[in-house]
Write a protein that binds this ligand. Structure first.
Ligand SMILES: [Zn+2]
Length: 151
């Protein structure tokens, strides 16, 4: 399951809850390189040699984001590979969060804004963007501009 911007996002209702989930997820990953609320690790869902997995926690809206840059592994498969299930992390949601694509909902705009905010973070980490990532970023920019009334 993917968000509109192509990245699995997680909804958390209890404020601060996702920080604990972020800690839990980080604790399960191998060769973790962590700086506060951002981490890179070997993706457990494929044979990873190059820290392809990005794990981020954003306090502003209390969410954890998982993204595998190498093979686009799903959040579900990443969690499953370390013995977690989506329900362990987000008991109120049966699957990774996927905003509707049909119209620009507030959720979708928020996701797009978040993705755009993360682009410089990933760039600093030396992440190589794929064509799909670039398309997602372009789409996110379009959504955000649309929401702000910019053509
Ligand atoms: Zn992967």
């Amino acid at each position: 399951m993917r968000s509109s911007a192509g990245y699995p996002l997680s909804p958390c209702n209890a404020r601060g809850k996702c920080m604990a989930d972020y800690e839990l997820i980080c604790s399960k990953m191998s060769q973790l390189r962590r700086k506060g609320n951002k981490a890179m690790a070997l993706c457990p869902a494929h044979d990873d040699k190059s820290h392809s997995l990005s794990i981020l926690y954003r306090e502003a809206d209390d969410r954890v984001l998982l993204h595998c840059f190498a093979q686009d592994c799903s959040a579900e498969s990443i969690l499953k590979a370390v013995g977690l299930a989506w329900r362990d992390i987000y008991p109120q949601d049966g699957s990774p969060y996927t905003p509707k694509l049909s119209k620009h909902t507030r959720e979708q705009v928020k996701s797009a804004e978040w993705l755009l905010e993360l682009v410089p973070v990933w760039s600093r980490e030396g992440v190589a963007f794929t064509d799909k990532d670039r398309a997602d970023i372009y789409e996110a920019q379009r959504i955000v501009n649309g929401a702000r009334g910019i053509k």
